[in-house]
Design a protein around this ligand. Structure first.
Ligand code: HEC
Ligand code: HEC
Length: 301
């Protein structure tokens, strides 16, 4: 796997209908090359039974609140964190994810199918219930992802996959500095209390913390992951404008607020923190005299 041109030709021969070539930036000369891939346009969704399910999956992805409401426990939609209907590079796009599963995940210490990965986003990111693998909602989401990945080389690391990691900055990330970044760059859309903004009862800007946001078990609650998402995608349509330091600081500020309990919680914040949380999150820390994650420490009356 040394000659990028030879690799590109091999893939180009496999994937005749798409342009796939070696991208220029790679971390080390020996690392697997990231390949450029462009998903098909919506106009190319076929007008048949298959196309119908693809469109269903797209609808669920964009308006999960409406099309899969029985599985959602907050006010978010899939598209809030996977922008442009799951197409946007560096926003964990579906086409790049689809070809990389089954994959091992440290989070549950096993090889996960693509369906299991989506179930995770329902349970944590949407603070809801996981739809069964053979439910119409899951089938549609998988079908939509499969269609977006039409012609992509299976198993390949595609350019734009995931949220690109942001190196730890020079200063220890700080919520107070992060608050300034938030007030100047985020508050106008997400609200001074991170509550988001509704028009006609529908969120146009999603909530960043509080009961309507993702829970303490979601990938986004990890400061490194949030910094990565934010740096590449926020402020909306101005991705890449914050410095690494600002991205980490504002992520730290956002994650210094209360949100729904980690579903893996078994009655004790300290124990849950020890078992499931590391230095990249603030769960269990005391902020303004209150323990984060401690709101539901005692059973509701
Ligand atoms: C609150 C934000 C958020 C929401 C809402 C959300 N996700 Fe995710 N999703 C994430 C994060 C964070 C990751 C992990 C990405 C990473 O670590 O690179 C992820 C990962 C994924 C992956 C795997 C990506 C990969 O490259 O391995 C898929 C597939 C996925 N989500 C689908 C969905 C679907 C379908 C929904 C709606 C049912 C959804 N997500 C809702 C934040 C979210
Ligand atoms: C111009 C409006 C706007 C600004 C400014 C903005 N956002 Fe967003 N943000 C959005 C929208 C809209 C989405 C959902 C994207 C979608 O659904 O396509 C979003 C999604 C998010 C999400 C994932 C979903 C969630 O609710 O958690 C996070 C985290 C986030 N923004 C953080 C930030 C931060 C931090 C800043 C400031 C650095 C910021 N945003 C600035 C509009 C904005």
């Amino acid at each position: 796997m040394k000659n990028p041109i030879a690799i590109a030709i091999t893939f180009a021969m496999i994937a005749t209908s798409v342009t796939v070539f070696a991208a220029s930036e790679t971390s080390t000369p020996t690392a697997a090359k990231a390949l450029v891939f462009t998903p098909p346009n919506d106009e190319e969704i076929p007008n048949n039974e298959f196309g119908k399910i693809v469109r269903q999956g797209k609808n669920i992805f964009e308006d999960t609140q409406h099309y899969a409401k029985q599985y959602v426990g907050n006010s978010l939609n899939c598209v809030n964190c996977h922008l442009a209907s799951g197409r946007k590079e560096n926003s964990s796009p579906l086409w790049a994810a689809y070809v990389r599963y089954p994959a091992y995940r440290a989070k549950n210490n096993k090889v996960n199918t693509y369906e299991e990965r989506i179930q995770g986003c329902f349970k944590y990111s949407l603070n809801g219930k996981a739809p069964a693998v053979d439910s119409p909602e899951m089938v549609a989401l998988v079908t939509y992802s499969y269609w977006l990945a039409t012609g992509a080389p299976v198993g390949a690391k595609l350019k734009g996959a995931g949220y690109p990691e942001v190196p730890k900055p020079g200063l220890i990330p700080d919520a107070n500095r992060g608050k300034t970044v938030f007030v100047e760059n985020c508050q106008v859309c997400h609200g001074s209390n991170g509550e988001g903004k509704k028009v006609d009862g529908k969120y146009i800007f999603p909530p960043l913390w509080g009961s309507e946001s993702f829970n303490w078990g979601a990938g986004m609650h990890r400061i490194n992951t949030a910094a990565a998402f934010i740096k590449a995608n926020m402020p909306l349509s101005k991705g890449g404008t914050l410095t690494d330091q600002e991205a980490w600081d504002v992520a730290t500020f956002v994650m210094s607020h209360e949100r729904p309990q980690d579903p893996r919680f078994k009655g004790n914040v300290a124990q849950t923190k020890k078992e499931y949380h590391d230095e990249n999150c603030r769960y269990g820390e005391t902020v303004n005299g209150k323990v984060l994650g401690g709101k539901h420490q005692t059973a509701a009356k």
